[in-house]
Design a protein around this ligand. Structure first.
Ligand code: HXC
Length: 510
């Protein structure tokens, strides 16, 4: 008996050794942790239960029968983050470069199937040279099996991809179908075709970092939702994000202990909106002042900064925030902002996370660049996302609420539950200047008449009361009481029930 136990320990030790000391040292030399070290940092201490530690590949080509390491280049299993369950896979670059074989894919699929069945999120740590070259089409089939599960799991359990090394070729499409992608600066990259192929086909000379590094994907392509300095920072931030997320579409949003009075008054908000309507202010100040303990997990902070999205808690419960940012492009909605916010709204709706929207939007961004690239279709994504969302929706109109962009931003007309306005809100077809230019075109050379018409327009329309008269604004509130009003609104909506008509699925403007 003792021998058998010793044998088990020996086999476990061999599996844990991965690709061996030399390759582990190489991994560390690149500033990267190993697959197992990453899991240890991500999960609660001692909570990891491993599956399939002894799975080996079945390939016999290219002499592979002589090299069959236990685990086959991926560590899979489940554990907890602050006591809440999560399934994890972590590719081991020290074993065949973390490349994906048939057996490696089967291990990932097994935990994904369990995650869907049991209702817990999946976090995938990607660090791989792609398809296991020696296995050929069997490896491609393995990828496809993972893709299929990503699709089936979408909207059922949250899926998070951490890119912590190479992720290239078709392999990128598994992360692409998950809810969030986070990268590590300088040590991770994602591209469909690498710099060599790019050079051969298009004559463009570009480095891996420029083509698909963290900076590219967080600022240009928007493929990634955030990037961190190193493995340790990424993994600890993922623990923070995880605490905001429900375990599945069947579970409630998490509620954590809170020490911040929901009725907290913020007198500084009464002067947040500058006197001059052309002067910007930082919308994040409002978000932080409304959130429990000022805790805000921002998503896609470096892309389309004219809209801000992320998670906060109110009375301990997760709330998704969407807010126009007057500091960037005056808070206009453009293609990037619409896509960014639409996907976030859909994530929140899929997982029952209530949505808080702060509106200060002068309109859609004008110009040929936007029109030619299809702002019509892309802007409609956000409209569609808000309109189909059945989760509690609380909206606060702050200042400019003009035209179609006002309607899009979780207005009363799109089944907003509570639509509050600050006294500074201006709900109108457009701003006074634009309106007078159109209505008084004949007077354009008469500055006095123009000024008078502008004043008249401002008096009549630059306020929340015209909308409030019709019930499009439920109540005009004091800025300093925003947190209290919003908290009470969400509290009253905890029992909200709303269902859309039955359909196979919608045909949103993709
Ligand atoms: C088998 C692989 C491998 C692969 C790397 N290795 N990629 N083994 N299949 N795809 C092995 C190497 O032989 C090496 O083994 C070890 O992993 C580390 O690789 P190095 O090249 O030494 O590391 P590094 O210099 O850091 O370069 C990493 C790399 C490079 C950039 C990822 O290895 C590389 O270009 N690999 C091939 C990438 C690729 O073309 N993959 C297919 C993409 S297409 P030893 O024994 O020396 O340690 C694809 C299709 C998916 O993935 C389709 C989905 C539908």
């Amino acid at each position: 008996m003792r021998d058998i136990l010793a044998e088990l320990e020996a086999q476990r030790a061999a599996a844990r050794a991965g690709g061996g000391e030399r390759r582990i040292a190489a991994q560390h030399a690149k500033g990267k942790l190993t697959a197992r070290e990453r899991i240890e940092l991500l999960l609660d201490e001692g909570s990891f239960e491993e599956f399939d530690m002894f799975v080996r590949h079945r390939c016999t080509d290219f002499g592979m029968q002589d090299e069959r390491p236990a685990g086959d280049g991926v560590v899979t299993g489940w554990g907890t983050i602050n006591g809440r369950m999560v399934y994890v896979f972590s590719q081991d670059f020290t074993v065949f470069g973390g490349s994906l074989s048939e057996a490696h894919a089967e291990k990932i699929c097994k935990i994904m199937d369990m995650a869907i069945q049991n209702g817990a999120p999946v976090i995938g740590i990607n660090d791989s040279g792609g398809a296991r070259i020696q296995e050929g089409v069997a490896s491609l089939a393995g990828y496809a099996a993972v893709f299929q599960r990503n699709i089936l799991a979408s909207g059922v359990v949250p899926q998070i991809s951490l890119i912590m090394g190479p992720c290239a070729g078709g392999a990128v499409y598994s992360p692409a179908m998950t809810d969030f992608i986070f990268m590590v600066k300088d040590t991770s990259y994602m591209f469909v075709t690498g710099p060599e192929v790019v050079r051969t086909v298009t004559n463009e000379v570009v480095s891996a970092e420029e083509l698909g590094g963290a900076r590219t994907h967080t600022t240009r392509s928007s493929v990634a939702d955030g990037a961190f300095e190193n493995d340790v920072e990424l993994l600890s931030e993922m623990r923070r994000l995880f605490d905001f997320l429900p375990l599945s579409n069947r579970g409630p949003v998490p509620v954590r202990p809170f020490f911040d009075d929901p009725a907290r008054i913020e007198p500084s908000l009464d002067t947040l909106i500058p006197e001059n309507p052309n002067q910007p202010y930082d919308i994040k100040e409002l978000i932080l002042k409304v959130a429990d303990e000022g805790d805000f997990f921002e998503i896609q902070a470096d892309f389309a900064a004219n809209i801000v999205i992320g998670f906060i808690r109110i009375e301990g419960s997760t709330v998704g925030v969407v807010a126009n940012q007057p500091m960037v492009l005056a808070g206009c909605l453009d293609i990037d902002a619409s896509r960014k916010a639409a996907r976030f709204v859909r994530f929140c709706d899929a997982f029952g996370i209530p949505i808080l929207t702060f509106v200060d939007v002068p309109g859609f961004l004008p110009g040929t660049e936007q029109e030619y690239r299809g702002i019509i279709k892309h802007g409609a994504k956000l409209l569609f996302a808000y309109g189909e969302a059945t989760v509690p929706k609380v909206t606060v109109l702050l200042r400019k609420c003009y035209g179609g962009a006002y309607v899009v931003m979780a207005s009363k007309h799109l089944r907003g539950d509570f639509n509050y306005a600050w006294p500074t809100a201006e709900v109108a077809v457009m701003g006074a200047k634009g309106a007078v230019e159109i209505l008084h075109r004949a007077d354009r050379d008469d500055p006095e008449r123009i000024a008078r018409a502008t004043r008249e327009y401002e008096k009549r329309f630059a306020n929340p009361f015209v909308a409030a008269e019709r019930g499009f604004v439920d109540e005009v509130i004091m800025p300093h009481s925003t947190r209290r009003r919003v908290a009470r609104a969400f509290a009253s909506l905890r029992t909200k029930k709303l269902q859309n008509p039955w359909k196979k699925h919608d045909n949103m403007p993709l």
